[in-house]
Design a protein around this ligand. Structure first.
Ligand SMILES: [Zn+2]
Length: 603
């Protein structure tokens, strides 16, 4: 394939504070990266939660839509100007840091992104397609129609405002059709193909081409060279494709513009790799676990995928030293086959921890990787994110009659559930944004098996981490805690699925408040009663362990909002420990309720 010249090496490293961003910039520049993503970990646009009980904005309120972050004067009064100002300032400061390190910036978001309803009341012809997912939202949400010249004009002004503040930004990475974004009449729109009448007969691809071309031209008028990769959400087996012929579309694009990674005008690959937000990974919300095996796999994949640009996501910034060391080592050698890859990892382990520890370190890394790959069997969106966090398995009490919980018992989890359907769905542990992939006993068995195998890999990793702890100079004191935390979260997931499957079984045909005679003397507890109460008890003990780990290592093992920021649907805050304690209290207060499901023992 000849020698490949990489024009842009783009790193994405999560950083909440400017100090962390500065450190990420320094580390990136030191190892030869040219770009850093500037849009991660921005303040959440709370103003977009405009309808009580509608969780859908959680999928885009953290994504800085261009028109809402750099609002043109004509629409400024329709967005939260103070928020836009605050985000603009952070981006400006991040760009100043990039300048000091001779780096450029990459802007990642979803586009064309939802605009407020009030704006469409004034400009009905700007209303594009409905883009929410109807089972996950309570309100119809509309993106602007980029087939409309007035809308393209707004975008041109937004690009102008962005470049004034942040001239270092020269690359846009757009995800589309997902997270509150889309184009009129795309077949893959979540509510189904829909859009404005004007666009109904024209070509979707043409509109996408015009949209990014007009953004690039707006930048050109400012004297800036802007590159854009617009990528549809990768369709899962049950989803539709958006752009059926991106290679043909590329022939209509100039260089530097790309749809689904096909760059104009010859359709060559735009970039290898992809940017991923911190929360969208298999171990989230656990932070700080090193994943060099996976990182090396990404380096190898990027190397074979081609493209003049390469994108690498680092997850949290806690292992950046290790990942950049691996990045540098990879540039020097190839890791073409598995043996080369292992040698390279061993070499990096040796450089970091000395030759005596390298074997054990490699054992720990590969065990962590085995765990991650095993867990991907449950990935309908990462298992711990979709269930543990967005369905609040971690903080919600598992009780037989959740409908009886009072306000105080609910307030620590209910407002943060990602749930837009009815009360019954909200109270069902396995109703995950209207997906019920883990429902019933068959699903329970598959989840239990997958979690068991994953835990066995993690215990291998833990043994290696423990033996390393004994060696001088190995800074792994938090490694064991992080692995233990991950194991707790996996057990929490296993318990949630098991509990709901058993509860569903026991509630079939049940009238819990019917007066019944006492069970005969000598009756023992039934198998199904014991299965349910023992799952509940195991979960209480698991939550106690979770609390201990978090209390011992505040801020260092689990991702939380920055100090002083409230909990959101997508992120825990410093109230987490309180919410875990409440969960335990509530579960312990409900033991008698199990007798309403099946007759208690009467020995
Ligand atoms: Zn339209």
């Amino acid at each position: 394939m000849g020698t490949k010249r990489i024009m842009k090496t783009i790193f994405g490293i999560s950083s909440d504070t400017l100090e962390q961003f500065e450190q990420a910039a320094r580390q990136s520049a030191e190892c030869g990266a040219t770009h850093l993503v500037v849009t991660e970990d921005l303040p959440v646009a709370q103003w977009q939660f405009d309808t009580p009980g509608d969780p859908y904005p959680a999928w885009y309120a953290f994504q800085p839509g261009l028109l809402k972050t750099f609002p043109p004067s004509s629409i400024r009064s329709f967005v939260d100007e103070a928020h836009a100002e605050r985000v603009g300032e952070i981006l400006q400061k991040r760009c100043a840091i990039l300048r000091r390190h001779n780096l450029r910036g990459v802007y990642h978001t979803t586009e064309p992104q939802v605009l407020p309803e009030a704006l469409y009341a004034l400009h009905p012809d700007w209303r594009g397609p409905r883009v929410d997912q109807p089972n996950r939202s309570r309100v119809a949400r509309f993106a602007p129609c980029v087939g409309h010249p007035g809308v393209l004009q707004l975008y041109a002004e937004a690009v102008h405002l962005l470049l004034q503040k942040c001239p270092e930004i020269d690359t846009f990475l757009f995800l589309t059709i997902d997270s509150g974004s889309g184009f009129c009449w795309a077949p893959s729109l979540y509510p189904g193909a829909n859009g404005c009448d004007c666009c109904s007969s024209d070509d979707l691809g043409e509109r996408a081409v015009n949209f990014i071309t007009s953004l690039q031209e707006s930048a050109k008028r400012e004297g800036a060279a802007l590159e854009i990769d617009l990528v549809e959400i990768e369709p899962r087996s049950w989803m539709r494709q958006t752009f059926t012929n991106p290679r043909t579309l590329a022939t209509r694009l100039p260089p530097g513009l790309s749809i689904n990674h096909h760059e104009g005008p010859n359709g060559n690959r735009f970039a290898s790799g992809r940017f991923c937000n911190l929360f969208y990974n298999a171990f989230y919300p656990v932070v700080g676990l090193p994943r060099p095996v996976d990182f090396l796999r990404k380096l190898t994949d990027n190397n074979t995928a081609g493209g003049k640009r390469t994108i690498l996501s680092f997850n949290d910034g806690l292992n950046t030293d290790l990942n950049t060391a691996l990045f540098k080592a990879f540039q020097g050698k190839s890791a073409a086959d598995p043996l080369d890859a292992m040698r390279l990892l061993h070499q990096v382990a040796e450089n970091f921890y000395g030759s005596d520890s390298a074997g054990q370190v490699l054992e720990m890394w590969t065990a962590i990787d085995d765990a991650e790959r095993q867990l991907s069997s449950l990935d309908f969106g990462p298992f711990l994110l979709m269930g543990g966090l967005l369905a609040r398995w971690i903080t919600r009490p598992f009780v037989p009659f959740p409908e009886d919980l009072d306000e105080t018992e609910r307030e620590s989890f209910f407002p943060y559930l990602f749930q837009a359907r009815d009360e019954t769905s909200a109270l069902n542990l396995i109703d995950i944004q209207a997906m019920r992939m883990f429902e019933g006993w068959g699903a329970r068995l598959l989840v239990e098996q997958t979690v068991e195998v994953t835990l066995s890999h993690l215990s291998r990793a833990r043994m290696a981490a423990e033996s390393l702890n004994a060696q001088p100079g190995f800074a792994s004191s938090l490694m064991v805690s992080r692995l233990d935390l991950l194991a707790c979260l996996l057990r929490n997931g296993r318990h949630a699925v098991a509990y709901q499957a058993q509860l569903d079984l026991m509630k079939v045909g049940l009238s819990p408040d019917e007066a019944r005679p006492p069970p005969p003397l000598g009756a023992t507890a039934s198998w199904d009663h014991l299965d349910l109460v023992n799952t509940a008890r195991a979960e209480i003990d698991n939550t106690e362990r979770l609390l201990d780990i978090i209390a011992a290592n505040p801020g260092a093992v689990i991702d939380m909002t920055p100090e002083g920021s409230p909990e959101t649907i997508m992120r825990f805050s410093s109230t987490l420990q309180d919410h875990l304690q409440r969960k335990i209290r509530t579960m312990n207060a409900k033991w008698a309720d199990y007798d309403r499901l099946s007759p208690p023992a009467n020995p």
